[in-house]
Design a protein around this ligand. Structure first.
Ligand SMILES: [Zn+2]
Length: 120
């Protein structure tokens, strides 16, 4: 499942506030357009009219069921959160999903996706 919420974020430079999409997880098997948007820099990326831009400090799970790829992005300073995990359902998850690869930036995530896709 893909999870997205809207958040109002103030530009760190000019303080202008805008509503941005904040994605918590991308299931690219169900919605392949999300993979394209990720590689186009349209996922969890902030752009302001003043020219200020950057990655949002949000964790993101990339999930490709067909290729068995799971990559979790934890930006610097964001705690790895396992509090929502129910041990009984966790055990039913496939191995690759129980131990997602961990990256620290969107750039790293895209590089790893391409690498893992080639490997399969
Ligand atoms: Zn701005």
């Amino acid at each position: 499942m893909s999870l997205m919420t809207y958040e109002v974020i103030a530009c760190p430079t000019c303080k202008w506030k805008q509503e941005v999409e904040v994605w918590a997880s991308l299931n690219v098997t169900i919605d392949p357009s999300l993979r394209a948007r990720l590689f186009a820099g349209e996922i969890n990326f902030f752009r302001c009219l003043c020219g200020c831009e950057g990655e949002l400090a949000a964790s993101l799970l990339y999930h490709d069921m067909a290729r068995k790829i799971a990559i979790h992005l934890y930006p610097a300073g964001v705690q790895i959160d396992t509090t929502g995990m129910d041990p009984s359902t966790w055990l039913e998850l496939p191995e690759y999903l129980r131990h997602p690869k961990i990256v620290a930036s969107l750039e790293e995530m895209c590089e790893l996706i391409e690498l893992m896709e080639k490997g399969n």
